[in-house]
Design a binder for this molecule. Sequence first.
Ligand code: RIB
Ligand code: CA
Length: 311
Amino acid sequence: MQRVLLDVDTGIDDALAIAYAVRSSALEVIGITTTFGNVSVDNATQNTLHVLEQLDAADIPVAKGEAAPLFHPLFKSYPSEIHGEVGLGLWSASEPASKPVSTPAGAFIVEQIKRYPNQLTLICVGPLTNLATAIMQAPEITSLVHQIIIMGGAVKVAGNRQMHAEANIYSDPEAAQFVFQSGAPITLVGLDVTMQTELNSEDVRRWREQDTPLATFLADVTEYYINGYKKLYPDREGCALHDPLAVAVAIDPSLVEIQPMVLQVDLEGVHSYGRTVADLRERCTAPPNVNVCVGVEAKRFQEHFHRTIME
Ligand code: RIB
Ligand code: CA
């Protein structure tokens, strides 16, 4: 089994990614760190603890992370139309029984990478503030981590949070640029591939037919997510499985086509702040720093996702 540590801003697709990773027989989730992003870090932490309880996996340690980006002020508005006020649709949590560990997320990431040298895969599906903090604390982890899979960015497609910027990167562009230039082994699962995936109302109906507490929970939160997507993407049948696809890349990298690229994050553009910019020139001689996913077998991924969740 591949040991993985998830870094999440639980929201709804984060919840689906956590369920997918925990239910996968190919992965051992050794811990989860939380960050601001879709919601506040407090809500992301409570939501993550709740999702783990729904999965009977409350023994997995959760470490609370950063509440705001490295430099710029926190964006005041959270995407509640997509993830709901608390971050799990209309679900309003009763206090989860379990609590986070006392170790902050950055230190927890360093600790776990050193505990499992060259064996741990980080799967980051929120802003990269925790990971940047961890690398600042212990730069050596970039050569001790097995691989880092990041859901984020939009290289050859439009952004979602801004014209050109994807939400996770845009939430902390400086952190993302620091991580991308750190020398760590990074695979980027951006909107270029995640927007080709879909979970629709037929999938939700099948979960409702299962009629188990987990299936009902997933159906409830996903229904909210799909309705939010309909407002932003009226021509789409359902929602995109952004975060679950990052987990899938850890389980089966053959699901995606990778192109090594020289990648930067724009930190100064008036209209392009937070954009992931690749040097695609033939004559580019700089060494690639990120493996960018440029293609995906969406149907095969979606089938594996549903089979794994409901095993
Ligand atoms: O752009 C999609 C990403 O932003 C996903 O990780 C979603 O959960 C939000 O964090
Ligand atoms: Ca996320």
